[in-house]
Design a protein around this ligand. Structure first.
Ligand code: NAP
Length: 482
């Protein structure tokens, strides 16, 4: 199907070509065919976008002085504009990224919910009265930061952009958004939604371009007051260093190596369903993928058998004109990387319980089979590094203490899952895990209302919920000697 959506940069309320005339070609990972060509921003275009965002965020500007409840109405209108195009955006995301339209639909719906949630926050950002000595009135207000940069990866291109744009706008900031050059299309729909919602020019700007040029220019720009980066730990460190040049604040949402900890008293059918979903959804290309299954030795065989049955029954396909429930990985290079990890796992002693290769029946597309590796130990490469594909590593444990030790023995700390019927055990283990998020008896799960983020090398700062309001505002203390 031909792509008929936006193909230009969105800067200062205008759809424009890149100053250099450069473009990006995108390919459908299910068919390997070219899908779209869009403008490719570089440093010059990023400068123009930041300048527009700076003037839209200035004191006295229409956006800065807008009644907060009116700003909330604009955000609600953006949610409505996105909801009205849900099917269109989902299909674009499927072709651009490879996820099934069902998975893409969930992504778009999460954005609609997120904009509606933050639309309700605009007139609830309050300050504090401080009890200081003497004849003084002392209070703290919370002000917007100004221009915010949003650097987005390819795995959830629409949702991860919306997750930070919505709270940034709710607090009165403006946004410059740089989607991944691998999946630049869906983010452009934020330009359409901003136009349809009547946002002042320059409040939302979208500049698809390469990470090394447009991404780096945004992270190191002196007029950007905050950067939200979602992506790999390696690039996250670089973005943090670039931002440090101007003492720009950062929120970093980085990689993960999520453990499921399954105890013998767990409902194994529910655990099998949750573990399967938590590693094979989006072809395993998720920061919070539950890629390590830590399971008690008494129930390991039974649980693995149930997961393997589900994995082998998962139809691979785009889901667009077939019954595919798991799509391809994003590119040929990425497919090769995932297969290489499986090879390394086997070389280091793992056993392939199912999958392990590509779908040989497909004529085209980067379809990696849902793969379960058993006989894994926590020091193997497949247990330590983020594979970012449909590969589950199974590690057995014999008691609760060992399970906690294994779960925490990771450079990452994003989301951990616990499967048990024991209330005390659930609380004890949740308390002991060094993770930013823990979920008991379901996986993975998050809501616009709840904080999202990780410990250790999984990141810095939190998105979603009230936490994001703090990230996108700064405290100003005012003292009056009366
Ligand atoms: P990536 O390679 O780090 O890229 C992320 C973004 O950064 C892309 O837009 C990329 O642009 C850009 N970029 C690359 N080099 C840059 C530079 N020097 N300066 C500024 N920006 C630069 O990550 P990815 O492969 O797209 O995504 C997968 C990773 O994201 C995984 O590690 C995953 O765990 C993580 N992730 C984390 C979360 C979370 O919430 N914690 C959510 C989703 C994904 P180009 O693509 O155009 O080069």
């Amino acid at each position: 199907m031909e792509y008929s959506g936006p193909t230009s940069l969105y800067i200062d309320g205008d759809w424009v070509d890149a100053e250099s005339g450069e473009t990006i070609e995108t390919f459908d990972p299910a068919t390997e065919e070219r899908y779209a060509t869009v403008a490719c921003a570089d440093e010059t275009d990023v400068d123009a976008a930041v300048e527009a965002a700076k003037s839209a965020a200035a004191r006295g500007s229409e956006w800065r002085t807008m009644d907060p409840s009116t700003r909330g109405e604009r955000l609600r209108a953006m949610a409505d504009a996105i909801a009205a195009r849900k099917d269109e955006i989902s299909l674009v995301e499927s072709h651009d990224n490879g996820k099934t339209p069902f998975e893409a639909g969930m992504e778009v719906q999460m954005v609609v919910d997120t904009f509606r949630y933050y639309a309700g926050w605009t007139d609830k950002v309050t300050g504090e009265y401080n009890a200081v000595p003497g004849d003084r009135v002392n209070f703290t207000t919370r002000e917007p930061l100004g221009v915010t940069g949003h650097i987005v990866p390819w795995n959830y291109p629409f949702q991860l952009a919306g997750r930070s744009i919505a709270p940034a706008l709710a607090c009165g900031n403006t946004a410059v958004v740089k989607p991944s050059s691998q999946t630049p299309l869906s983010a452009l729909y934020y330009g359409i939604a901003a136009e349809e919602a009547g946002l002042p020019e320059g409040v939302v700007n979208v500049v698809p371009g390469s990470g090394s040029k447009a991404g780096s220019a945004l992270a190191s720009h002196p007029d950007v007051e905050h950067v939200t980066f979602t992506g790999s730990t390696e690039i996250g460190k670089r973005v943090m260093a670039d931002a440090a040049e101007n003492v720009t604040g950062v929120t970093l949402e980085l990689g993960g190596k999520g453990p499921h900890v399954v105890f013998p008293d767990a409902d194994l059918d529910a655990a099998a369903k949750g573990v399967h979903y938590g590693i094979f959804m989006n072809a395993g290309q998720m920061c919070w993928a539950g890629s390590r299954l830590l399971v008690h030795e008494d129930v390991a065989d039974e649980l693995v058998e149930k997961i393997v049955q589900r994995a082998e029954a998962t139809p691979l396909g785009s889901g667009i004109d077939d019954d595919g429930r798991m799509g391809p990985v994003v590119s040929e290079d990425h497919m090769e990387d995932v297969l290489e990890y499986i090879t390394i796992g086997v070389e280091e002693g793992a056993t392939v319980a199912c999958g392990g290769g590509v779908d040989e029946e497909k004529d085209a597309g980067y379809f990696v089979e849902p793969t379960v590796l058993t006989d894994v130990t926590n020091d193997m490469t497949v247990a330590r590094e983020e594979i970012f594909g449909p590969v589950l590593s199974v590690i057995e444990f014999s008691d609760q203490e060992e399970a906690i030790e294994l779960a925490n023995d990771s450079p990452y700390g994003l989301l951990a899952g616990i499967w048990t019927q024991g209330l005390s055990r659930a609380h004890q283990v949740a308390d002991a895990l060094d993770y930013g998020m823990v979920s008991v008896n379901e996986y993975p799960v998050t809501f616009p209302q709840t904080p999202f983020g990780g410990t250790k090398q999984s990141g810095h700062g939190r998105e979603q919920g009230e936490e994001a309001i703090r990230e996108f505002t700064q405290a100003k203390n005012i003292n009056l000697n009366i």
